[in-house]
Design a protein around this ligand. Sequence first.
Ligand SMILES: [Mg+2]
Length: 260
Amino acid sequence: MIYIRAMMQPIKEILVLLFLAIFSKATGLKYAYSRGSGVPSDGASYCLSWRLGVEANNVRAWRTVPTQCLRYVENYMIGGQYDRDVELIVEQILSYVSDIVVSSGGLDAWILDVDDTCISNVFYYRGKRFGCDPYDPAGFKSWALKGGCPAIPAVLGLYRQLVDRGFRVILLTGRDEETFGQVTRDNLHNQGFTGYERLIMRSAGDHGKNAVSFKSEIRKQLMEEGYRIWGNVGDQWSDLLGDCIGNRTFKLPNPMYFVP
Ligand SMILES: [Mg+2]
């Protein structure tokens, strides 16, 4: 029996290869196979590798999405895969959260970033070719001042569960308080982010600090106040690196821009 199975395996492989050859001929698809790995080395495959590199923090300090990946990133962001990826991360967070016993002292905290963590800028970036165009501070400012960023549904669900379970949720953003304070509070409120412990933004003294330094300093202060940071969620590695990062960090996907 084992001998027959062993005999069948190469026959199966030949049949699969034959099918792929006929299929690619019939559909006019041209796959280039690299080193016999069976992985197509077309544009989408490159962009998948690029995105993986970005998410794993292997590709850093990139200024724009490679032009050839415009359609790939567009499809990723608005075609459903981004939402599924965020949903999976939220499931992992909730699984971790379910084992935490929240104390009565009101010091069990979570830190959530704001832009492209709680609320989405994907509609803005659609007009910026999903990050293929360089960062445009004036354009982003006028978008953010409209206060129309929609909630990222899975993260809103997570947020509500954290608040309901008694965690103190601290929203920590690199947005400037003076310029964006009121509009950000209003935007969060109208999207359902109510009942947070604090919204911490950059004050005048924080200008010029990079995100890692600014957010590290704030987290350090929070820990000095006695907060236990159980988790830290952000779409940028600069939300999650540095000091006092929390017991666990969760990186949400963002292939549209990089914040140092
Ligand atoms: Mg962000």
